[in-house]
Design a protein around this ligand. Structure first.
Ligand code: ADP
Length: 295
């Protein structure tokens, strides 16, 4: 079982030719709402990749909260650890431009209530193979979940997004860190992925840096390095590419798949997702991923 401890947001997405710069107003072409949030996205991606998944987090009492909960449950995600708290659900205000790039404002709302483990969460974590963490919920809670994962021998995987300085205590309980190129640069001060990788491996035993269309770079403290090429596809919307990658990666590792093959599956899953509009709706199923790899 993969347990995701993290955020649930309703994505409010505007599609425009170019994103507005400061002080500028641009005309958009289309507006959509879609369930999102890095936590929920990773949960949905893992469920579609074939894992048994549990979501620990919080939604608000508004209509978005009910929709977010139902969307996870409909995708077979166990939502017994998803609380409903007073106030609004988290929202993400996203602009996607014609090149498929996005810029995002996140209002945490209910996600700010995920301050740590509550009654029952530890039992959910203890019976998992892997816990997936991100930084869209308060850092103290993320650190507590990482510590609980470590206590129970669960593989702790952290996506350090949005990029923020990481306390040593949190890092000491992380097994695998999965930043994108930008986050790796913020964490280390190195733009060069190989240098960033080396710096991050001084903090945690295993690291995957995702490099957008260029693929990803994996390394271990023991000196193993794997460069995973990206699949040449036409990207229309890269929202949640990284979350799709991590969801597939965790699922494969939970099945006992070796890291290089797990990375190939993750690369394929995310390459499929960037060819479709949206976040949760864009995640491929396991049969689609397998078919893509044999085509
Ligand atoms: P994030 O979505 O977190 O910013 P990346 O942009 O690095 O992360 O994308 C995560 C993964 O998704 C990459 O490692 C790659 O495998 C895949 N990916 C992203 N963009 C593309 C693309 N344009 N073509 C093919 N694969 C892509």
């Amino acid at each position: 079982t993969v347990t995701v401890f993290g955020s649930c947001n309703m994505d409010l997405v505007a599609y425009a030719g170019t994103a507005p710069s400061r002080g500028e107003t641009v005309l958009g072409r289309e507006f959509r709402t879609a369930p999102g949030g890095k936590g929920a996205n990773q949960a949905l991606a893992a469920a579609k990749a074939g894992a048994a998944v549990r979501m620990v987090g919080a939604v608000g009492e508004d209509e978005f909260g009910a929709e977010l909960r139902a969307n996870l449950a409909d995708s077979t995600v166990d939502v017994s650890g998803l609380r409903t708290v007073p106030g609004r659900s988290g929202t993400a205000h996203i602009v996607v431009d014609d090149s498929g790039d996005n810029s995002i404002v996140i209002v945490p709302a209910a996600n700010a209530a995920v301050q740590g483990l509550v009654e029952g969460d530890e039992a959910l974590l203890a019976s998992s193979s892997c816990v997936l963490l991100q930084l869209e919920t308060p850092l103290d809670g993320v650190a507590e979940a990482a510590a609980a994962g470590r206590r129970h021998g669960v593989r702790v995987v952290l996506t350090p997004a949005p990029a923020a300085p990481l306390p040593a205590e949190l890092l000491s309980n992380v097994d695998l860190l999965v930043p994108n190129e930008h986050e790796a640069a913020v964490l280390t001060g190195h733009d060069d992925p190989h240098r960033a990788l080396a710096a991050l491996l001084e903090l945690v035993p295993e690291v995957v840096i995702t490099l957008g269309a260029r693929g990803s770079l994996y390394g271990t403290r023991q000196g193993e390095v794997v460069e995973v090429p990206g699949f040449p596809v036409r990207a229309v919307d890269t929202t949640a590419a990284g979350d799709t990658f991590v969801g597939m990666l965790a699922t494969a590792l939970g099945e006992g798949v070796a890291m290089p093959e797990a990375l190939r599956l993750a690369s394929a899953a995310s390459a499929l997702s960037v060819q479709r509009i949206g976040a949760s709706g864009s995640m491929p199923s396991r049969p689609e991923i397998e078919a893509f790899l044999t085509s």
